[in-house]
Design a protein. Structure first.
Length: 258
């Protein structure tokens, strides 16, 4: 199946292939290789040129298209381990690269055309005008300035500085990151419990500061309760928590079993 192709000058075989792809309005990533090959060979057979170098480039591409066409027509071996490479992949990559450079050349040509219409004019201002500085009579300029006016100007400048301050964000302090983790705090609590045996939870919290320290310390005590190293009791709902260390008794029981 062939189409009527106007024999015009192409820059090379890739330029002709791009023309055929745009002419048939096909996806460059899914080239109908049979159709494009037939149209390409039809154009090459009607080429009239004595430039053997140029003709050889078109013939090499024709051989490449025929090779790809034959691979596409052959039955494929289905393998589950790896996907078979598309024979058109290398050709698609070359076409995309050529298309990119082609449109870049169009852009550069347009810029060259625009630049040809730009003219540069050397500065022609006389030195007398360029170096002219207007003289300022400070006595006349400050003739009506009073202390009251200066004070008002000063207050207005200071008020502008106050207005720039965000009334909410300006009151924010710095948020400091507390480098404390539950594993290290569990070791600290266990050492503290070994030394004091029985102690108050509030007394333990006096060893640090900050909400993060309180939360991590409380979580450490809960984890140590699960392992049976600590025992806690609280007489009143909002009363102080008493903590007792039971790790020594557990270690002694383990030694007796061994």
């Amino acid at each position: 199946m062939g189409i009527q192709v106007k024999l015009e000058a192409f820059d090379g075989p890739l330029d002709l292939l791009l023309h055929l792809i745009e002419k048939n309005k096909v996806d460059i990533f899914d080239i109908p290789i049979v159709l494009i090959t037939e149209q390409y060979l039809d154009y090459v057979s009607r080429m009239d040129t004595r430039d053997m170098d140029l003709m050889s480039e078109f013939l090499v591409m024709a051989a490449t298209l025929v090779k790809i066409k034959s691979k596409m027509l052959l039955p494929r071996e289905e393998t589950e381990s790896e996907e078979e490479e598309d024979p058109r992949q290398e050709l698609v990559e070359r076409l995309l690269e050529y298309k990119m450079y082609k449109y870049v050349s169009f852009e550069l040509k347009d810029r060259q055309f625009d630049a040809a219409r730009v003219f540069f004019k050397e500065p022609s201002i006389p030195d007398e005008i360029k170096n002219y500085k207007e003289e300022v009579d400070f006595d006349e300029l400050l003739s009506d300035v009073t202390l009251s006016k200066l004070q008002n100007i000063f207050y207005s400048v200071m008020q502008k500085q106050v207005d720039k301050i965000d009334p909410i964000r300006s009151k924010f302090g710095e948020i400091e990151k507390e480098d404390i983790n539950i594993e290290d705090q569990m070791l600290f609590v266990e050492n503290y419990a070994r030394r004091h045996k029985s102690f108050s939870f509030r007394k333990l919290l006096e060893t640090g500061s900050g909400k993060g320290y309180i939360i991590v310390t409380f979580l450490s005590i809960l984890e140590m309760m699960k392992t049976g190293k600590l025992y806690i009791e609280q007489e009143d709902i909002f009363g102080d928590i008493r903590i007792a260390y039971q790790g020594a008794e557990k270690e002694e029981d383990e030694q007796v079993e061994h």
